[in-house]
Ligand binder design. Structure first.
Ligand code: ST9
Ligand code: ZN
Ligand code: ZN
Length: 327
């Protein structure tokens, strides 16, 4: 806080608060926020999803073990659609992908049910541009719950819509994969994320439709969403800050494991254009392996990487003295 002692010509001490620009704190912001408008439809849908997922846990011992492998595969496909697709390719343009891989990533991204690519990238570009202010769609300064799921249960802050208008999305509208996916998004989600994961185990190895639906559609989706949201909540609150100690995004081991390489969040907010979202290549980073795999087959080009010396200089200048990979 700024403390100033001001005197008038007679030598009386004046109140410092009256003369000094008020310091903007989280309290000042929250006092000024318009009241939150709860979207009850979303509250009901997400409550049902979590209740049904809790029930699904009891079906695990009764399921065919092929079904469990299938669930894991679908989790990875949806996950890669978000990490390699919506995040590293479409939001940050950290590498270039040929049409075939973009189609695969578009299908994978649809499986994740996290809004279409254009909406996802619009919110995410805004998140980086206005991080931890009212214009950040999942502003972690509003607490763990808001950053995790709360932001999807209320109308957006007017600042999100105002500042969001300044985000350039022309590259996404120029990509037919993004445009077509946006057009057919709802039926595509129903088919790829709910019907397909349930019918394959039923027809291919005789799993009951009930088990297949609750495990591969519902439980898989709920875990995928929560792990993604942990990047916004946990990785913005817990962990160390080797690259910039002045920002909240942190290196978080737990999140990195579940989010297939996306928990190196202090690094990512400092160097958002690095296609690996960390300085350590494949370590704890299936997504980087996936991108490199496709590069080997010519589907990926122009992977952007931050030079080692730039990273080291930045660590010395603004880091907290810890290492980016201590797990
Ligand atoms: C979900 C997304 O889960 C998760 C994103 C997570 C991001 C993580 C980032 C970390 C990176 C690493 C990833 C790791 C992943 C690991 C995976 C491991 C497996 N800019 O939205 P509306 C304007 S989604 C500019 O309705 P409301 C715009 O004009 C879950 N403008 O606002 C818009 O119209 P249109 C599934 C913006 O009414 C208009 O406002 N999805 C912006 O306030 C209205 O927009 C759901 O559950 C902006 N950013 O409603 C849906 N935003 O769109 C949930 C808005 O036509 N959403 N505008 O252009 C909703 O129901 C609503 O959006 C709402 C807000 C109720 C939340
Ligand atoms: Zn972030
Ligand atoms: Zn990002």
């Amino acid at each position: 806080n700024i403390v100033a002692e001001l005197t008038n010509p007679d030598g009386d001490v004046l109140s410092a608060e009256a003369e000094v620009e008020p310091v903007i704190t989280e309290e000042t912001h929250s006092a000024k926020r318009p009241p939150m408008k709860i979207v009850w439809k979303n509250v009901v849908i997400f409550s049902l999803l979590h209740l049904a997922s809790f029930y699904s846990l009891f079906l695990i011992p009764k399921a065919h073990y092929y079904t469990l492998i299938w669930v894991f595969l679908f989790y990875l496909m949806g996950g890669l659609g978000i990490t390699a697709g919506a995040h590293r390719l479409w939001s940050h343009r950290s590498y270039k992908a040929k049409l075939l891989l973009r189609i695969i990533l578009g299908i994978f991204q649809t499986i994740a049910v996290q809004n279409d690519i254009i909406e996802w990238a619009r919110d995410h570009r805004l998140h980086h541009k206005t991080s931890e202010t009212d214009a950040d769609p999942h502003n972690a300064k509003r607490g763990f719950f808001f950053a995790h799921i709360g932001w999807l249960l209320v109308r957006k802050h007017p600042e999100v819509k105002n500042k969001g208008k300044t985000v350039d999305l022309s590259d996404l509208y120029a990509d037919p994969v993004c445009v077509v996916q946006r057009k057919i998004y709802r039926p595509a989600v129903i088919l790829l994320s709910f019907v397909l994961p349930a019918v394959v185990p039923y027809y291919c190895w005789g799993e009951s439709l009930w088990n297949a639906f609750y495990l591969a559609s519902i439980l898989r989706l709920c875990i995928g969403l929560n792990v993604t949201w942990l990047v916004n909540s946990a990785a913005h609150i817990f962990g160390n800050h080797p690259y910039d100690r002045r920002i909240s995004p942190a290196q978080n081991v737990g999140v990195t494991l579940g989010a297939i390489g996306e928990g190196f969040h202090n690094y990512h907010h400092v160097f958002p254009y690095d296609y690996s979202t960390s300085e350590y290549g494949w370590y704890y980073n299936l997504t980087t392996f996936f991108i490199d795999f496709w590069a080997y087959f010519g589907q990926v080009t122009e992977r952007r990487k931050i030079p080692k010396e730039v990273i080291e200089r930045r660590k010395k200048r603004t880091g907290d003295g810890t290492e980016g990979f201590n797990f």
